[in-house]
Design a protein. Structure first.
Length: 194
């Protein structure tokens, strides 16, 4: 498949090149999924060995290799799966655009709920329940730590100044919006080349 894709690249046939790129990435995703399954099987074997106390086998296997391989496979799977489900490896620009609009709606909803919970006006029943949850000591402590961490991210610190109490969630959404924007740009570029 790669040979076919490279031949299209040599003759500058962008449409067929992009089509074969998608096929190649789908095949690579299947390969990574298989590797993840093998890694999970190996992890199960490794944990059986660890809990059985067989140190000789542990030295042969090498725990450093095991965890690096598993993390590498899982991180590749996450990136490939995310790319596939957002835009099918750049095949669709409508899909990431719809996800982008939906995400804006969810983020706006979260901001409105946050405003309702901490406003002084009479609030709806759901906001009372949420207010009781978010005013618990453990939640306040966790929220303060995560918000302080988010406020210290240099790229987003100025934007997050006016998101008091919701900096961490805003940071996650800003990163998500960046990913979606990039997916839209790549998909549009891939579909409009001639």
């Amino acid at each position: 498949m790669r040979i076919t894709k490279n031949s299209f690249e040599k003759v500058n046939n962008k449409i067929e090149l992009n089509r074969f790129f998608i096929y190649e990435m789908i095949r690579y995703k299947k390969e990574i999924n298989k590797n993840v399954e093998e890694s999970v099987d190996f992890l199960k074997f490794f944990l059986r060995v660890v809990f059985s106390g067989n140190e000789f086998v542990l030295k042969i296997i090498g725990s450093d290799y095991v965890f690096k391989n598993i993390m590498n496979n899982f991180s590749k799977k996450i990136v490939l799966s995310t790319n596939y489900y957002i835009s099918r490896f750049g095949e669709s620009y409508i899909q990431p655009f719809i996800i982008f609009l939906f995400s804006i709606g969810v983020y706006t909803g979260i901001l409105e709920v946050h405003k309702d919970i901490f406003s002084g006006e009479p609030i709806a029943r759901y906001a009372v329940t949420l207010r009781n949850f978010v005013t618990q000591d453990w939640f306040i402590s966790l929220s303060e730590i995560l918000n302080a961490c988010a406020a210290n991210v240099p790229l987003f610190s100025k934007v997050l100044e006016n998101k008091d109490g919701i900096q961490f969630i805003s940071l996650l959404f800003f990163i998500w919006f960046g990913i979606l924007t990039w997916q839209i740009i790549v998909a549009v570029k891939r579909n409009t080349q001639h």
